[in-house]
Design a protein around this ligand. Structure first.
Ligand SMILES: [Zn+2]
Length: 102
């Protein structure tokens, strides 16, 4: 019990690697898998995985709402492909909007 607590404290100090993008993060910036706590992904990758899961669910159960989300995802892909999210004028509002859309 004491050994596990010591290991956890020492692990919290050193940067940890995201299993998705390979970036280094501190423990509070990672999300752990429930049945495999050794696997951690950063918050950005967790959001990305959530969007991928939602896309798969929408593909399995088509509905008017899922078609609307498909359109929004297509718009997001277009913005990223043309790098409008990095534009000095419209980039900031597009990034703000992208964080709030499904
Ligand atoms: Zn990541």
């Amino acid at each position: 019990m004491t050994t596990a607590a010591t290991t956890t404290e020492s692990d919290a100090a050193e940067p940890l690697t995201c299993w998705c993008c390979g970036g280094t993060y501190q423990e509070p910036d990672l999300v752990r898998l429930g049945n495999h706590p050794e696997v951690g992904v950063c918050l950005s990758c967790a959001h990305f995985l959530h969007q991928q899961a939602r896309s798969r669910e929408d593909a399995l159960r088509p509905s008017p709402a899922s078609r609307l989300r498909d359109g929004l995802r297509a718009g997001r892909c277009l913005v990223i492909r043309w790098r409008w999210h990095q534009h000095p004028v419209i980039g900031r509002p597009l990034r703000w909007l992208g964080r709030r859309l499904p």
